[in-house]
Write a protein that binds this ligand. Structure first.
Ligand SMILES: [Zn+2]
Length: 145
C-alpha cells in the first residue's frame, strides 16, 4: 500500500512531511487499520507525530518524556495515540480517562501492537526517564522490527 500525501496528512497532521511517511507505508497502513478499529469501537484518537529525528528524540529525553536513545520513533515503528474524551471533546494527554486508554491498548494489542501503558494487574506502568523521574507513556504504541 502506498499512502497518498493527502491521507498521510489526514492521519498524521501537517507536521509530518510526505518523505517521512513514504519511508514507512506499511507502518502507516497498520496505523490506519488501528485507527479505524478504534473508531469502530467508539474511540476517537488524536495522533501525535510519529517519526522523530535524533535531535527530536534528544529533546524528548531532555524534557523527561522518553527514557531511551533507541526509541522506535526513530525508525517510524512507533506512534502516540491520545483518546478523545467524549465529555470534553479534547484529547486526553494526561491519562485522566484510563478506561479509554485501557480499551485503546486492548484493541491495539489485538492487532499486534506493543504497549507499556499498563501492568498485568491493569494499573498504570510508570517508566523512568534520564532525570530519574517517573512518567507514564500511555499513548505510546509500537511494532517490532
Ligand atoms: Zn511514543
Amino acid at each position: 500500500m502506498v499512502l497518498s500525501a493527502a491521507l498521510a496528512r489526514a492521519l498524521f497532521g501537517e507536521a509530518n512531511d510526505s518523505a517521512k511517511v513514504e519511508a514507512s507505508p506499511d507502518f502507516a497502513a497498520r496505523v490506519l487499520q488501528l485507527v479505524r478499529a478504534l473508531e469502530a469501537a467508539g474511540i476517537k484518537v488524536r495522533i501525535g507525530p510519529f517519526v522523530r529525528t535524533p535531535a527530536e528524540q534528544q529533546t524528548a529525553i531532555d524534557k523527561g518524556r522518553s527514557g531511551t536513545e533507541r526509541s522506535k520513533h526513530l525508525t517510524a515503528r512507533a506512534i502516540d495515540l491520545y483518546p478523545v474524551d467524549p465529555t470534553t471533546g479534547q484529547p486526553d494527554y494526561a491519562g485522566k480517562r484510563l478506561d479509554l486508554y485501557r480499551r485503546m491498548v486492548d484493541i491495539a494489542k489485538g492487532q499486534g501492537w506493543k504497549s507499556f501503558a499498563f501492568k498485568t494487574d491493569g494499573s498504570p506502568r510508570y517508566l523512568t526517564n534520564k532525570q530519574g523521574g517517573r512518567f507514564w507513556d500511555g499513548g505510546h504504541l509500537e511494532l517490532g522490527q
